[in-house]
Design a protein around this ligand. Structure first.
Ligand code: 13P
Length: 249
């Protein structure tokens, strides 16, 4: 069965609640596409107004992070149940900015993935290598390690429902996109890794995105690759260009 394309915006730390509502209105008609899952992953404070703003449209809402504990004394954190109750369907886990700036390691990310799935959220699990790692020739080893650690104890059925985003760190916010062949090589290797840990059917079902300087001009070629099922988009998700990524010409 063909995998359904998924294009998600990662707004990062951008958009006040009122700006968020205005952006939803601006993008509303541009992101209509019955064949694509369109998701806005937004800052926590924007979740409630964005869920309201996209009601009745094809857009789903995602969070950019969550904590793995059920509830309690974890000042400043947000639980999976809170996200679910607010109308969130997806959650980004393990973005390289969280790994780097907030020191999130694979053991923690594994707990987050399991909790998100248990709560009925779809994790968008991020992985990716630094420029230094690429130059050392360890890209595929590194990515395989991240995937294996982050998916410990996750069932085949759960993995089949997930989204994995390959985001080379050197391509994020730099305007330096991986070539479609470079992106396909790693996305294909991720799928092969899933087949190795689980089975072919699970590998065929899991959706794999590319992220890193995706824009209206390069989306068509990237998404045309057999193992790339869509994109996780930073900068270009905050403007009209996002419509061209959802509907590449
Ligand atoms: P840019 O699209 O701005 O490069 O960001 C990619 C990203 O980090 C999405 O999660």
């Amino acid at each position: 069965m063909a995998r359904r394309r998924i294009v998600a915006g990662n707004w990062k730390m951008n958009m006040t609640p009122s700006e968020a509502v205005a952006l939803c209105a601006q993008l509303k008609d541009l992101v209509v596409n019955d064949e694509v899952d369109v998701v806005y992953c937004v800052p926590a404070i924007d979740i409630v107004p964005v869920v309201e703003a996209v009601k009745g449209t094809n857009v789903k809402v995602g969070a950019e992070n969550m904590y793995f504990e059920e509830k309690g004394a974890y000042t400043g954190e947000i639980s999976a149940a809170m996200l679910k109750d607010a109308g969130v369907e997806y959650v980004i886990i393990g973005h390289s900015e969280r790994r780097d700036y907030f020191k999130e390691d694979d053991a923690l990310l594994n707990k987050k993935v399991k909790k998100a799935l248990e709560a009925g959220l779809t994790p968008i699990l991020c992985c990716g290598e630094s420029l230094e790692q690429r130059e050392m020739g360890i890209t595929l080893d590194w990515i395989r390690m991240q995937i294996k650690c982050d998916l410990q104890g996750v069932t085949a059925e759960q993995v089949a429902s997930m989204v994995i985003a390959y985001e080379p760190i050197w391509a994020i916010g730099t305007g330096k996109t991986a070539t479609s062949d470079q992106a396909e090589e790693v996305c294909g290797a991720i799928r092969a890794c899933i087949a190795e840990i689980y089975d072919e059917a699970t590998a065929e079902a899991v959706r794999i995105q590319y992220g890193g300087s995706v824009n209206g001009g390069n989306a068509k070629e990237l998404f045309g690759k057999p193992d790339i099922d869509g994109g996780l988009v930073g900068g270009a998700s905050l403007k009209a260009d996002f419509g061209k990524i959802v509907n590449p010409e």
